[in-house]
Design a protein around this ligand. Structure first.
Ligand code: DDQ
Ligand code: CA
Length: 251
């Protein structure tokens, strides 16, 4: 019986080794996964819509019913507007005082909240008529993006490095998305720790506008999320188009 046992043992041992090898491999795959860089996505355009080419877009939100609200900058032409998604037509316009440069915009219940670039002043508007209801002072020197609905303070980092120039913002599916000023990238930021969980690369949008002869367009800026239909809209400053996009992760 000893010889039989000896004959079997190595096989049993090798099966155990094989199994533990598989287990080790899967554990290390999980650990490896955790260490791999954040996901990169390219995009595909699902729909394109007209956008006012004079709108220096600084804030964009979706309000349901194919309606967007938009905040625009530049000192003598800053505005808040209600815009039809399908036609790009400005349905309602509030022109701001020439001393303010419109920046981030967000929608909460039936009010719009807007910050301004260097004047530390914020405004609250009634969505019904875009009348100014109130104004407030924001503590930062520069108002840039604005989104709802978390109250937390983070330094945004990517692999331990600070990420600067976060511009227009949107709260998308539990993440904060931010246009990075002067780039064609959107950072997907975890609201719980401020870490960049992924990058969306959208250079083809601006490249296509330029190669189709559009002149004078500025940077990609403006993200709006339709949480009922899971639609993502993006545009840019002085862009003649607004896009509905979907993400395609790069392997
Ligand atoms: N910000 O969007 C990065 C927060 C501010 C951008 C301000 C750009 C000023 C451009 C002025 C152009 C004058 C023709
Ligand atoms: Ca937004």
């Amino acid at each position: 019986s000893t010889t039989i046992r000896l004959g079997y043992r190595p096989r049993v041992i090798s099966i155990i080794l094989l199994l533990s090898g598989v287990a080790l491999l899967s554990v290390s795959a999980l650990l490896w996964r955790r260490k791999t860089p954040p996901a990169i996505s390219l995009i595909r355009v699902l729909n394109e819509f007209p956008h006012d080419p004079r709108a220096f877009t600084q804030g964009l939100v979706y309000a349901g019913n194919d309606t967007l609200y938009e905040s625009t900058g530049l000192y003598d032409q800053s505005s808040v507007r209600r815009v039809s998604l399908r036609t790009g037509k400005v349905e309602l316009l509030h022109l701001m005082d020439a001393s303010h440069f419109g920046e981030g915009l967000t929608l909460l219940h039936d009010k719009l909240y807007q910050v301004t670039w260097l004047t530390k002043t914020g405004f609250i508007y009634d969505t019904k008529n875009l009348n100014k209801i109130e104004q407030f002072t924001h503590m930062m020197k520069d108002g840039w993006g604005l989104a709802t609905d978390v109250i937390k303070k983070h330094v945004v980092t990517y692999n331990g490095h600070e990420v600067h120039n976060l511009n227009e913002l949107e709260f998308v599916n539990g993440e904060v998305w931010a246009n990075i000023w002067l780039t064609d990238c959107i950072a997907r930021i975890s609201y719980s720790d401020g870490k960049v969980a992924g990058w969306i690369l959208l250079q083809n949008l601006r490249e296509n506008l330029i190669s189709s002869g559009k002149r004078g367009i500025d940077v990609l800026n403006g993200i709006a999320w339709d949480d009922v239909n899971s639609r993502i809209f993006v545009t840019g400053k002085l862009w003649p188009k607004l896009y509905e996009i979907e993400l395609h992760p790069v392997e």
